[in-house]
Write a protein that binds this ligand. Structure first.
Ligand SMILES: NC(=O)c1ccc[n+]([C@@H]2O[C@H](COP(=O)([O-])OP(=O)(O)OC[C@H]3O[C@@H](n4cnc5c(N)ncnc54)[C@H](O)[C@@H]3O)[C@@H](O)[C@H]2O)c1
Length: 318
């Protein structure tokens, strides 16, 4: 059996998922795409049906399961509809725009396990090696984590707190996944005039301190870096160069221009794992769940609320 998948939202991420489904993912067929922008829907359709409205796509009989890649504010209504119809959904992060909406999805999904969230870094080979090394005790007890998340240019639709709810949310999820921590306290600095760099120093329930820098307009390239300092050693990502150049007595390494290139393998592996799990009628434990989506958004929005006062206590969501 092949899984008929519909993709809602045919922008950067929807276009990527649609291409993966039609060209690279085994066991799935792209059967429909929806976007209010007909040109984008057409470009991402690969011969599948085209819908203007996501709701119509969800109700289409040929759609067994769906990938949601429309703007954050649309996720809640579309995921809830998919749940009512019993259709599995892989929702791009964040799960929804508010904690209340995430909680509603989490509660509606409990017992069904139909919702997955696209925190694709969990499938990045580098993060997976880090997790494995930690599990084998390669650096002893982790004490400190340093994360940098640098984007070349912020997307045009980025506004104020999205630097936390839409960007830092990735670090929040990956640190929970890597270390099994929950966050208890944050100290925050907004750096520079433009408000496009935030530094967060987070305390956790396991005593590990996590520092996160998110810089939305770093100009030089898209660059995600994580280093973990343990009692017996450190583990850090090697520079993920797309090109190494040696010339005129010097060497240089080129960075990806964006997340699509840097995390290409993660998106592919995530979508493949999701399709395989849905076909076998089970949840893939590697993919973030509705609960993970609720936790990530809850921490992110608490942190965003604390920005003007420089930090404070964080509540563990459940
Ligand atoms: N996992 C990741 O690394 C990652 C990276 C970037 C964005 N995202 C997430 O993916 C989602 C999409 O982001 P993007 O960068 O592709 O944005 P985008 O602006 O490129 O694309 C969004 C598309 O959704 C369409 N759209 C708007 N309202 C819609 C609706 N009601 N139904 C269907 N389509 C609708 C828009 O016309 C647009 O084509 C966001 O939730 C974003 O946070 C995830």
């Amino acid at each position: 059996m092949t899984l008929g998948v519909g993709v809602i939202g045919a922008g950067v991420m929807g276009g990527l998922h649609a291409r993966l489904l039609s060209e690279e993912i085994a066991g799935a067929r792209l059967v429909a795409v929806s976007d209010p922008d007909e040109g984008r829907a057409q470009a991402a359709s690969y011969g599948g049906k085209i819908f203007q409205k996501g709701m119509a796509l969800i109700h289409c009989d040929a759609v067994d399961a769906l990938i949601l890649a429309s703007p954050d504010a649309t996720h809640h209504e579309l995921v809830m509809t998919a749940l009512r119809l019993g259709k599995p959904v892989l929702c791009e992060k964040p799960l929804a725009a508010t904690v209340m909406q995430c909680r509603e999805i989490y509660e509606a999904d409990s017992g069904q396990d139909l919702v997955s969230v696209g925190f694709m870094r969990r499938f990045d080979p580098c993060y997976r090696e880090m997790k494995e090394a930690l599990c084998h005790g390669a650096i002893g007890t982790p004490m400190l984590v340093r994360c940098a998340h640098r984007n070349r240019v912020a997307p045009s639709w980025f506004d104020g707190s999205m630097i936390i709810s839409n960007a830092m949310v990735h670090e929040i999820d990956i640190c929970r996944w890597l270390l099994g921590v929950e966050f208890t306290y944050v100290r925050l600095s907004s750096v520079g005039e433009a408000g496009d760099m935030i530094l967060a120093e987070l305390q956790t329930n396991l005593g590990i301190v996590i520092s996160i820098e998110v810089f939305m307009n770093a100009s030089y390239g898209y660059h995600v870096h994580t280093e973990i300092v343990g009692r017996d050693g450190t583990i850090a990502m090697a520079e993920p160069a797309v090109l190494r150049l040696r010339r005129e007595g010097a060497a240089s390494a080129a960075y990806s221009s964006d997340w699509i290139r840097r995390f290409a393998e993660s998106y592919r592996a995530q979508d493949q794992a999701w399709v395989r799990a849905v076909l076998h009628n089970r949840r893939c434990s590697e993919i973030a769940s509705a609960r993970d989506g609720l936790f990530a958004t809850s921490y992110a929005l608490q942190i965003a609320d604390l920005l003007t006062v420089g930090g404070g206590k964080l509540e563990i969501p459940i």
